[in-house]
Design a protein around this ligand. Structure first.
Ligand SMILES: Cc1cc2nc3c(=O)[nH]c(=O)nc-3n(C[C@H](O)[C@H](O)[C@H](O)COP(=O)(O)O)c2cc1C
Length: 184
């Protein structure tokens, strides 16, 4: 099985990275994990030029071709991210917008895509009721753009300091259990 892990935070070693690494501990050693750190990619933002609607390819030649290759091969996709202003950090949002190329292939050019499942891990510092509404909705449509079925999320409120979620035993247990059923 091919697993793609998308790290959404520009802060390395932070809470969402701890969450992702906890999740990935449940991956079977015979499976392959392709890791994508959004903030370390060289990606131009989507220009909205609509070229991909006719060609199925982006006019920009950058790290997105590797991302697309990983996602098309994937059986499982996991995104782990903090909430920034009730949305995704901008480096991850750039990647998401560039998925328009796969959306075009799927919906306009009628390309068949390997079925896959996706999962969201998310964390925020505050306790707002709607804290994760925005990124859950964005993730659903991001996943749908490349034939990936949204299969659930683990979200945690009230974590701000770098890596402090590692001290939360219940959080790690919840993530491990979710990973087992998602990857199984
Ligand atoms: C630019 C920025 C915007 C943020 N916006 C929010 C927000 O809207 N709501 C919230 O609860 N936390 C917000 N936070 C806090 C982060 O979500 C929180 O610190 C999280 O644990 C960071 O995860 P990380 O360590 O993986 O980067 C923001 C942090 C930054 C740096």
């Amino acid at each position: 099985m091919e697993v793609v892990a998308i790290y959404g935070s520009p802060r390395r070693g932070g809470n969402s990275e701890v969450m992702m690494d906890t999740f990935l501990q449940e991956v079977n050693p015979s499976d392959r994990v392709n890791r994508i750190v959004a903030s370390q990619l060289h990606l131009g933002f989507c220009r909205g030029c609509r070229s991909c609607e006719n060609t199925g390819h982006c006019v920009q030649k950058d790290d997105m071709s590797q991302v697309v290759e990983f996602l098309l091969l994937a059986d499982r996709v996991v995104v782990s991210s903090p909430v920034f202003f009730y949305a995704f950090p901008s480096s991850l949002k750039v990647l998401i917008d560039r998925i328009q190329v796969l959306w075009s292939r799927k919906y306009l050019l009628k390309e068949e895509m390997k079925p896959k499942k996706g999962f969201l891990l998310a964390v925020g510092a505050t306790k707002g009721k709607k804290l994760f509404d925005g990124i859950i909705l964005t993730t659903r449509f991001f996943f749908d753009g490349f034939g990936c079925k949204y299969s659930g999320e683990c979200v945690f409120r009230g974590y701000d300091k770098k890596g402090e979620i590692a001290d939360c035993r219940e959080c790690r247990e919840e993530i491990r259990q979710a990973a087992c059923s998602f990857l199984g």
